[in-house]
Design a protein around this ligand. Structure first.
Ligand SMILES: Nc1ncnc2c1ncn2[C@@H]1O[C@H](COP(=O)(O)OP(=O)(O)OP(=O)(O)O)[C@@H](O)[C@H]1O
Ligand SMILES: [Mg+2]
Length: 404
């Protein structure tokens, strides 16, 4: 539910920002054409003051020409204190430096913007020449703030005569996302604990009770001379059913949490899993191991096992293949696993995290576990092109929790 609200709010804000820029540009161009710049500035200022998104404008000399009411509230800086100055940086920083609008007003190239903002900024898909970015500003507010900001050039003919920038405070949203991620991590941990507990209980209690019953029946059949042949046969059939039940419970318990994993490690448990997949789906797993094979931290072995298990079961269930490649590379500081099938493939959704909404938990679970261990995940697929799942996990565990 929270995730839905988050997406809707994000979409609405993105729409408001785009609409804001478009309105701004149209009003600006229209008024420039009228040749009434001073009057236009005043009029535009009034319009912007009624606009709920924080917004400012600079001219080609980097002087502030607009600073709306919403930005006054967000930054705590009065319009009258910045108008006509180059103090736009004060909305973001404690010390003077260039902001995105300054780069845009200078007509900066894509490379220059990339140099300054790295992969935090990207070209706007909606507005020509505009860039949008998201970043953390530690000196803003009490504990720092996350802003999403979009800067767009103002043009007069071919010439850039300034830039406008719209800001959105996404601190709350990011904290909410972090919390969601944190809960997902906790749920995954609790789920593992529960599986382990149920597997152990089934093994130690249920299986032992059933085994005792089988022995009791053995003794009963042996010690009672009055039993007829017919009754003996019936008791033997009961005992066979009990033996089958023991095997089924043992199997179920191993599926929940293979004890081999804790005792012998990843490779033996993967060999066991390959045997299970052959029995259940008639699918072969071609395993190739490279590097310095060794025991890994328990969290990591468990995560790798669950990731590989899910990817292999997906290949068995969805790819219609009889064979899958599993490559495991033990590097000095990381372990890489690649699962490749040459089957049906599928169209990847924009976000793996959106799959659980339609009841598909597997790939999202893989993503969760990779994030939990600070690793990297790549999934490549396409209709008719097969599927490749690649994970790279650092061997030293990174702490889990609030990262921002
Ligand atoms: N190897 C694959 N080949 C073809 N399609 C795949 C493969 N892996 C995943 N898919 C597609 O991606 C979807 C999402 O996979 P995911 O593992 O998240 O869910 P699921 O397998 O359907 O259900 P769950 O894993 O929760 O039991 C699948 O329903 C399937 O359509
Ligand atoms: Mg699945």
């Amino acid at each position: 539910m929270n995730a839905y609200i988050l997406i809707i709010v994000t979409l609405l804000v993105a729409l408001a920002i785009t609409a804001g820029i478009l309105i701004f540009v149209v009003v600006r161009i229209f008024m420039r054409r009228e040749g009434e710049n001073d009057a236009a500035d005043v009029m535009l200022g009034r319009i912007l003051d009624g606009f709920p998104v924080p917004i400012f404008e600079i001219d080609e000399n980097h002087k502030v020409t607009q600073w709306n009411r919403a930005l006054e509230v967000l930054s705590g800086i009065k319009k009258t204190d910045v108008m006509g100055t180059d103090g736009q940086w004060r909305a973001f920083y404690k010390e003077k430096r260039e902001v995105l609008a300054d780069f845009i007003a200078d007509g900066a190239s894509e490379e220059q913007i990339a140099r300054q903002y790295g992969d935090k900024a990207r070209k706007s898909s909606l507005i020509e020449g505009a860039y949008e970015a998201e970043d953390f500003f530690p000196s803003m507010g009490e504990k720092g703030k996350w802003y999403r900001f979009t800067a767009s050039p103002i043009r007069s003919g071919d010439k850039i005569t300034g830039a406008i920038e719209l800001l959105e405070d996404v601190t709350e949203r990011n904290i909410a996302e972090d919390n969601l991620r944190y809960y997902a991590v906790q749920i995954t941990k609790v789920q593992e604990e529960e599986r382990k507990y149920i597997a152990r209980e089934l093994h130690d209690t249920t299986v032992q009770t059933l085994v005792a019953l089988i022995y009791n029946l053995d003794n009963f059949m042996r010690d009672d001379p009055a039993l007829t042949e017919d009754n003996l046969r019936k008791l033997k059939a009961m005992q066979d059913n009990l033996k089958r039940a023991v095997e089924e419970v043992r199997h179920f318990s191993r599926q929940l949490r293979p004890p081999v994993l804790d005792d012998l490690g990843l490779i033996p448990v993967l060999e066991w899993l390959a045997g299970e997949l052959k029995k259940t789906y008639d699918m072969d797993v071609q395993m190739e191991i490279s590097g310095s094979q060794r025991r890994l931290p328990p969290d990591m072995e468990l995560a790798l096992f669950r990731i590989i298990q899910e990817a292999l079961i997906n290949a068995a269930k969805h790819a219609s293949v009889k064979s899958v490649d599993l490559k495991l590379g033990y590097m000095d500081e990381s372990v890489k696993a690649t699962i490749i099938d040459r089957g049906e493939g599928f169209e990847l959704p924009d976000k793996i995290g959106s799959l659980p909404r339609s009841g598909k938990l597997g790939l999202a679970g893989i993503e969760e576990r990779v994030q939990m261990l600070g690793g990297r995940l790549e999934i490549e697929s396409g209709k008719g092109k097969g599927t490749k799942v690649y994970v790279d996990l650092p061997v030293v565990n990174t702490p889990v929790g609030f990262t921002r």
